[in-house]
Write a protein that binds this ligand. Sequence first.
Ligand SMILES: *Cc1c(COP(=O)(O)O)cnc(C)c1O
Length: 372
Amino acid sequence: MGAPNDESADEYIARLIPPQVRALTAYAVADAHGLIKLDAMENPYPWPAGLKDEWLERLRGIDVNRYPDPKASQLKERLRVALEVPASAEMLLGNGSDELIQLLILAIGGPGSVVFAPDPSFAMYALVARATGRRFESVPLDEGDFSIRLDATLEAIRTHQPALTFLAYPNNPTGNLFDTGHVEAILDATSGLVVVDEAYAPFAGASFFSQLEERPNLLVLRTVSKLGLAGLRLGVLAGAPAWTRELDKLRLPYNLNALTQASADLALSHYPLFEEQTRQIVRDRDELYARLAVMDGIRVWPSQANFLLVRTHRGTGSAMAAALRERGVLVKNLHGASSLLRDCLRVTIGRPEENAAFLHALKEIIDAEASE
Ligand SMILES: *Cc1c(COP(=O)(O)O)cnc(C)c1O
């Protein structure tokens, strides 16, 4: 028997969890209870009653005492048709595309290698890279329109030699599509892998799917979360079979549970319903954009996604987020997330009445500010 152990959990942690992990902050999810939830790019529309009945009937047939189909073959075929995945590409499915981002970072380059993404972009790239002992490098986007600053980016790629580059297309949290030529120039310049993360493809009508076959260092990442199935946790990585075969070795067996497989298969067999909801969200986005664009004290950027990036008066961003919350509207406060996001809020497009409530609250707060 060893000596009685007098080390506290904190002492164990200090010895055993590497400093770069202890330095991280867990991805924060705000409590949305009782609030109009415009913080997480969810589709605001619940399923029609008929679809819910069909869904529950489908779930009745699942034996949860058995492991799910490890290859998710039926779901993959459904995804191929619904998302129009090119015939030459193979798919790797993940428990959300977050899981695939983690898998990619673990698989590519090894400890000490460089993960690159523009700044600002999706927080998970840097978080996972740092947690796994990679170096995360970035170059600020243009502060006016959030386009890629190509010369600086190519220079950084030459200097840092990233093994893995993530380009969110459209970008989160800025909402813009990068210039196709800029993305192609990065693909040409890097000796590493480029993952084009098309989480918002349903709202953008643009994709790098068509370039997969001719570009050996390109993979495309998709998710059904923003389309309307965030609760299922299902992401798709598409690319050359040689890549997916290699990456599949790091995928945990049965990572897609039986309920997700069956539910997503059913939902995607009703794809036109989600396309209709998507069109509605795009119309509402453009209307909200137009209203914000003429408001005093607000700057808003054009968006190809299901959210808008908004900037308030200097020094008022965090107070605005808090004041909106007091009025029952939850948005994402991005102030502090990047030097380019000073006083910025990200607002997900909700149902028309939710967007109206946001706009109303915003006006009230700005009017109150003005009369002080
Ligand atoms: C939301 C988002 C994801 C994560 O999607 P999940 O499939 O829900 O994990 C990935 N990339 C970008 C750019 C996103 O905005």
